[in-house]
Design a protein around this ligand. Structure first.
Ligand code: UD1
Ligand code: MG
Length: 456
């Protein structure tokens, strides 16, 4: 016998009016990942037979931004949650179950959903929460302990509004009943919407029991309607991520001042000072230390390397025992070897720097390759752009570039070459030689300095 079908439908067609944003609500990010992507990832973790996402407002931009193997279903008019699920009917198996999720409930986790599927069996599973302030939510109506209906806030009597047990919106429903139930929904209610919640009353008539499961923490089922709720869930997620990292041995100087917007892979004895933001995929070797106020995105940092405060790293790789910053900027394709030193106000882009080479002060290195144990003097600039094309600068091993050099690419500087301070180098430099490219200093003795006339 084949395993019963599991279909998942994510409702995400709503406008999100209270976000006051041109971006569709479900594309707003938590921990650097859009809310809808988070829900899709969690849905995927259950290995369902299908995932369908119902979209409406901002559907084009949602589809452009999210590349996931899901059925995209358009709901042209937002006539209610019941109507939204009805749009997905053609994608649901005749047997098995459908799990309904919301695109704006981003922190729902696999465990909760698995538990809900288990309690549902072949009947209905309903994820509930008990809230101090239930206002705005559908209330769970029980008779002799059994769930018999859900009443929306706007349709509720004063007595019903006093109920604190609420509907999170997350359901497991039996597929074989869905066509009948969804087609039977009426919109005779305060909002003139087709409420998915009304299937509970219909299930009563069909003697299909409802198995409620109370969510183990409210944030798991919390929806985002405005920027305040978005920020609250962001903090909860960040706190959790920080906790997990500390439990795995990472030293966070202050877990409340650490933000991970993506994933981190780390070794032992990693130390992260305050106000560090890690984005995308970041890999930190053993004994890496990151100073305060660093932003590091999609980068790999080798064992024993120190990133000093206020450095910005984007899509770069750094070897072992290197020292970067303070105030360094490593742009995409900066590839630094072991023991490299990059100091303050040094910008590196699309360049490889070999073992033990140093650029310690006020320098731009773009489209450059530097061999091993070379030193780039303070204030040096690789002039890589002629206004139309980018050109490469190749610097060999054990080269010493003097301070304040303009290295006009394309250029090859041989091994062990030295250039004089203040040189504008426009031609290749031979190995082992000193090259100077600047005018000789002279003093003009007969020169008279202009002075403003005195008015008194
Ligand atoms: C819904 C529930 C309510 C529950 C609450 C939890 C209903 C009738 N009410 O109310 O019991 O307490 O969620 O947050 O289900 N959507 C569509 N198409 C539509 C309407 C909604 O895709 O036509 C999507 C929205 O984008 C959203 C979700 O469904 O992701 C919920 O819609 P929303 O309007 O927020 O429902 P609530 O009024 O909050
Ligand atoms: Mg809502």
């Amino acid at each position: 016998m084949s395993t019963p079908q599991l279909n998942i439908v994510i409702l995400a067609a709503g406008k999100g009016t209270r976000m006051y944003s041109s971006l569709p609500k479900v594309l707003h990010e938590i921990g650097g990942i859009s809310m809808l992507e988070r829900v899709i990832h969690t849905a995927q973790s259950l290995n369902p037979d299908s995932i369908s996402v119902v979209i409406g407002h901002g559907k084009d931009i949602v589809r452009q931004r999210i590349h996931a193997p899901v059925n995209w279903i358009e709901q042209t008019q937002q006539l209610g949650t019941g109507h939204a699920l009805k749009m997905a009917l053609p994608h649901l198996a005749p047997q098995g179950k459908t799990l309904v999720l919301y695109g704006d409930v981003p922190l729902i986790d696999q465990q909760t959903l698995q538990d809900l599927l288990n309690v549902a069996g072949n009947d209905i599973g309903l994820l509930t929460d008990v809230l101090d302030n239930p206002s705005g939510y559908g209330r769970i109506i029980r008779q002799q302990g059994h769930v018999v209906a859900i009443i929306e806030e706007k349709d509720a009597s004063a007595a019903e509004k006093a109920i604190t047990e609420t509907n999170t919106g997350i359901f497991v429903l039996p597929n074989h009943k869905l066509p009948t139930w969804l087609n039977a929904l009426q919109n005779h209610n305060a909002q003139q919407e087709y409420y998915l919640t009304d299937v509970i009353a219909l299930a009563q008539q069909d003697h299909i029991p409802v198995h409620p499961l109370q969510v183990r923490a409210s944030y798991l089922a919390a929806g985002v309607n405005n920027k305040l709720q978005l920020a609250q869930l962001e903090r909860i997620l960040q706190q959790q991520q920080a906790t997990e990292l500390m439990q795995a041995g990472v030293t966070l100087r202050d877990p409340a001042r650490f933000d991970l917007r993506g994933t981190i892979n780390h070794g032992q004895d990693v130390i992260i000072d305050i106000n560090v933001v890690l984005e995308g995929e970041v890999k930190l070797g053993d004994n890496v230390t990151i100073g305060a106020n660093c932003v590091i995105k999609n980068s790999v940092i080798g064992t024993g390397t120190t990133i000093l405060p206020n450095s910005h790293l984007d899509n770069c790789s750094i070897g072992n025992h290197a020292q970067i910053g303070p105030f360094a900027r490593l742009r995409p394709q900066a590839q630094l070897g072991d023991n490299v030193h990059i100091g303050n106000f040094v910008e590196v882009k699309n360049s490889t720097i070999g073992t033990g080479s140093k650029a310690n002060h006020l320098t731009y290195l773009g489209d450059t390759s530097i061999g091993e144990h070379s030193n780039i003097g303070a204030g040096t600039i690789t002039c890589n752009y002629d206004g139309v094309k980018k050109h490469r600068t190749q610097i060999g091993n054990r080269v010493r570039i003097g301070s304040g050099n303009m290295l006009v690419a394309p250029l090859i500087i041989g091994d062990r070459a030295t250039t004089g301070a203040g040189s504008t180098i426009t031609h290749n430099c031979p190995p082992d030689q000193l090259t100077l490219a600047r005018s000789r200093q002279k003093t003009i003795t007969e020169w008279v300095r202009p002075e403003a006339e005195k008015t008194e």
